[in-house]
Design a protein around this ligand. Structure first.
Ligand SMILES: Cc1ncc(COP(=O)(O)O)c(C=O)c1O
Ligand SMILES: C[C@@H](O)[C@H](N)C(=O)O
Length: 361
């Protein structure tokens, strides 16, 4: 019962097989291999963006921070949701890689930036001219840190506010595939057609060993990104092992199939929890994460039986009197099974613990 994060999931066999297949002979380094060229073209086709420039890095934090560094000067600010990953979980990487830009936090339900709140925040910035940080860029996360999904229209509304202030917009797409299959739109509709300038196109949460593609829909920023990636130590010399993963991920729409499996599992888990006495959903389940609260005893039973997930916020405690509800984040991955979901739900409800799984060897 593994719901701590999609980061805990193994790599799909197709991806490992692709890396083994790539592991023959010699090939040019630093992205000068044929597979990287093929991946770049495949992403341009998938996004209907023939002019886009595409670069692979190994972490989502690197993708976000390097992309923002190309969009926001050191003396400016990046507008993000107050619960955005770039604010809460990147240890200051965006501030570091931009050379000191600030993050201006904006509210909104389900970790979605509210367009009106964004407009107010932008209007308040630089009100005293040289004495204030300047307006820099906007970043939104899709799927969000609360498991919600922006529709293309919602993305366009954010981008319209940004464009009115002549600001570029970045999308943290660590779970882009999950958002896309949920919204039922095309990659282009979810990004550049709605006004997104740069996308962190995630692969790691959706199964890859560690590959994220930064897609710059405006190629004018490409050379700066290349320089920042190398200067930041994020240009892989044996780049073929990144591109082999991404090539396999895109082949036959594997990326969409993996995301559909994770989202389907989350929908099952969410419906099961919502039906339990005393359990409540805290956010709509629109991608692969479920945010819910249920009585403490249910948490104790589940965690005693080995279920892995985070109380969310993490500073809650299983100890203590009474049986008041505690809230949790449950993340499903491409390999979450119906059996582990059903076993978890029985534990939360108070049923028998699942039989221990015999792991041979
Ligand atoms: C929404 C979001 N963005 C970015 C990241 C950063 O990815 P990484 O941990 O690979 O740096 C994560 C991590 O899971 C994430 O959840
Ligand atoms: C850092 C932690 O939030 C990670 N990004 C996850 O989603 O599991």
């Amino acid at each position: 019962m593994h719901f701590a994060s999609d980061n805990t999931a193994p790599v799909p066999p197709q991806i490992l097989e692709a890396m083994i297949e790539a592991n023959h002979g010699h090939t040019m380094p630093y992205g000068n291999d044929v597979t990287t060229t093929d991946v770049r073209d495949a992403i341009r086709i998938a996004f209907e963006a023939p002019e886009a420039e595409v670069y692979l890095v190994a972490t989502g934090t690197a993708a976000n921070a390097l992309a923002l560094a190309c969009l926001c000067p050191p003396w400016a600010t990046v507008y993000c949701h107050r619960n955005a990953h770039v604010e809460e979980d990147e240890c200051g990487a965006p501030e570091f890689f931009t050379g000191g830009a600030k993050l201006t936090l904006v509210g909104g339900d389900h970790a979605k930036v509210d367009p009106d709140a964004l407009a107010r925040a932008i209007g308040f910035t630089a009100r005293a001219g040289v004495h204030n940080v300047q307006r820099g860029a906007v970043t939104i996360t899709n799927a969000t840190e609360a498991g919600a999904v922006y529709s293309p229209a919602e993305v366009a509304a954010i981008c319209a506010v940004a464009r009115a202030a002549d600001l570029p917009v970045h999308m943290d797409g660590a779970r882009f595939a999950n958002a896309l299959v949920s919204a039922g739109c095309s990659p282009a509709e979810m990004t550049w057609k709605a006004g997104i300038d740069v996308l962190s196109f995630g692969g790691t949460k959706n199964g890859l060993m560690g590959v994220e593609a930064v897609v710059l829909f405006d190629p004018a920023r490409a050379w700066e990104f290349e320089l920042r990636r190398k200067r930041g130590g994020h240009l892989f010399s044996k780049h073929r092992y990144l591109s082999a993963q991404m090539a396999a991920y895109l082949k036959d729409d594997l990326w969409l199939k993996l995301a559909e499996r994770a989202n389907h599992a989350a929908a099952r888990l969410s419906a099961g929890l919502a039906a339990l006495p005393g359990a409540t959903l805290l956010h709509p389940t629109q991608a692969n994460a479920v945010f819910a609260a249920w009585p403490r005893e249910g948490h104790r039973r589940a965690q005693k039986a080995g279920a892995q997930y985070y109380l969310w916020p993490m500073d809650q405690s299983l100890e203590g009197p009474g049986d008041q509800p505690l809230s949790a984040r449950l993340v499903c991955s491409w390999c979450t099974t119906e059996d582990e979901i059903d076993a978890f739900l029985r534990l939360v409800e108070g049923g028998p613990a699942p039989a221990p799984v015999h792991v041979p060897g």
